[in-house]
Structure formats: C-alpha cells, structure tokens
Design a protein around this ligand. Sequence first.
Ligand SMILES: Cc1cc2nc3c(=O)[nH]c(=O)nc-3n(C[C@H](O)[C@H](O)[C@H](O)COP(=O)(O)O)c2cc1C
Length: 296
Amino acid sequence: MYGGPVKIFGAELAHPVVNGSGTFDALAARRVFGEQLDARFPFAAYVSKTITLEPRPGNPPPRLWELGQGMINSIGLPNKGLARFIEEDLPAYAMLPAPLIVSVMGFSGDELAAAVEALGERSEILAFELNFSCPNVETGNIVGSSPEETAAMTSLLRGRTEKPLIAKLSPSSARPDQIALAAEQAGANAVSLINTLPGMAVDPSGGGPWLGGGGGGMSGPAVRPVALAQVSRVAEAVEIPVIGMGGVSCGRDAREMLDAGATLVGVGTENFRDPAAGERILAELRELNQSSVERK
Ligand SMILES: Cc1cc2nc3c(=O)[nH]c(=O)nc-3n(C[C@H](O)[C@H](O)[C@H](O)COP(=O)(O)O)c2cc1C
C-alpha cells in the first residue's frame, strides 16, 4: 500500500513523503499560514536547510537559472550558523507537527563533529542528515565522492552522537553503491540521494558563467532518471533505508522512487513551483492504490 505509515529511526512517520533539505522553509511558511499550516503540513518529517558551524552569506547573485525541466542553483548554503540556529530556529522547529531532521555540513571533521555534539542531546531532533554532497561550496563533494572519506567522516560522527545519521550522497560518483556501503559499514542509519548534479549556465549576453558562484547544482524533473538509477543501485547494495529524491513532482514519480527501493521520498524543486506539492504528491500517491496506472 503506497502512502501509508513508515517505521524509521524508532519513530512511526505518518507517510513516506519528506522534503529535500533547502527547498521548503517551514518557518517562513508558518509565519505566513500560522496554525493552518499545522493542519495541512505537507511532510511526514521535516528536513532543515543545511547548517554550518559558522554563519555563511552564501554565493553572490544571480543564484538561479531556470531550465525547462528544472533549475540550476548556486545558493551556496547561506545560514545563520549553529549558535543562532540553536537559539532561534530549534525552538520554532519543535513546534512543527512533524519530527525534525537537521541537515549539517562542515569544512572539516572537527567542525561537523562540533555541530553534531552541540545538537546531539536535543530531544527536538529525530536524526541528522550529513550533507556530504553540496556542489555549491568548494569542498562540498569531496567527502561524498570517496568511499574512504565517507567512511572516515561517518565513523567520526558515529562516535559523537547516539542519534540516527543519514548520509546524503552525491550523484557525481560513478559508484554510489560503494559510497553508500561505506557509509553503512561506518554506522550510518540511512542514506539519502540524490543531491544536485554539478551544472553550469552561460550568460546569454557574454559567454561567461551566468551564476554568481560560477557553477551550480541542477535539480528538478530533468535529473529524475539519474536519481532513479542511483537510488535503485544503492537500495540493492545496502540494508539501511534509502531516502530517494531527485525530480519528484507527482504521485507517480514518488511511486517509482519507492519501487526503485526507497523507504522515504524527498520532494525538492517542486516545492518552489507549488508550495503545497508535498500534500498533493501524497494524495496522488495514495490514489494510485485505487487505480491502475498507465505508463508515461
Ligand atoms: C534551491 C535549492 C537549495 C538546496 N539546498 C540544499 C541544502 O541546503 N542541503 C542539501 O543537502 N540539499 C540541498 N538541496 C538539494 C535538495 O535537497 C535535493 O537533494 C535535490 O534538489 C534533488 O531533488 P529535487 O530534484 O526534487 O530538487 C537544494 C536544492 C535546491 C534546488
């Protein structure tokens, strides 16, 4: 049965649809919609925007390039840093009607370990997602492209918190199954993929890069076949749950991600087009239980 409750990380989620980190600002949505949002909260668990130990301004503009079937972003992980996240955001996230997964990234093992340790005792947090795979910061893909680095980083963090760890993997690896296995063997409780694919847009007026950061990360429907291939390859290789995302924009896409072996499905870019996408995708997914589906 598609769209039913899912047991993961010792919790029971109401359904399998979650957000991709950085693609749905639940705190801004709550400021606008107030308690209305609680009654119609689109995700079974909420994944925060990636935070880093120190505040980051992000990349210079322009930060987005639209494609017919998705976009390239060069946001560059702007965030207020760990201290203000703990003080200002964590209490607000705790008010959401869904368990919280905090996405963290560091520029060294020590930075990541410090973030995980500072947050590790907080009961508001269900799990950590370790962003080993952001193409928009200089060191972003280094860990997630190497099984050895992924294993070393995961086991370092495994020693620092009892909370479940989700390794978010890069789509840039030729062998995502080996990276996922390395994360599993080092103590990760789940893997999530795909993050955005490295991409570039050229300034139509001049030939140089359009995006302020030079390159960017590509996402949306265009990356869905890549995501499906990687999710199914990884799901065959590991025993831990896989959180599958990349280009999911309707119930049928979500079902294909589940059929490819994902336990949870992440919705990313579609949230920008339709802020109620999570709710719609879940409803469409559940409808597929009742009707036979024509192939695309
Ligand atoms: C504007 C934007 C910002 C993102 N920010 C983050 C982030 O902070 N951390 C992260 O792990 N992934 C981030 N992602 C990647 C998404 O969570 C997701 O892995 C990716 O976009 C693929 O899913 P999609 O095609 O449904 O968007 C971002 C994606 C977009 C489009």
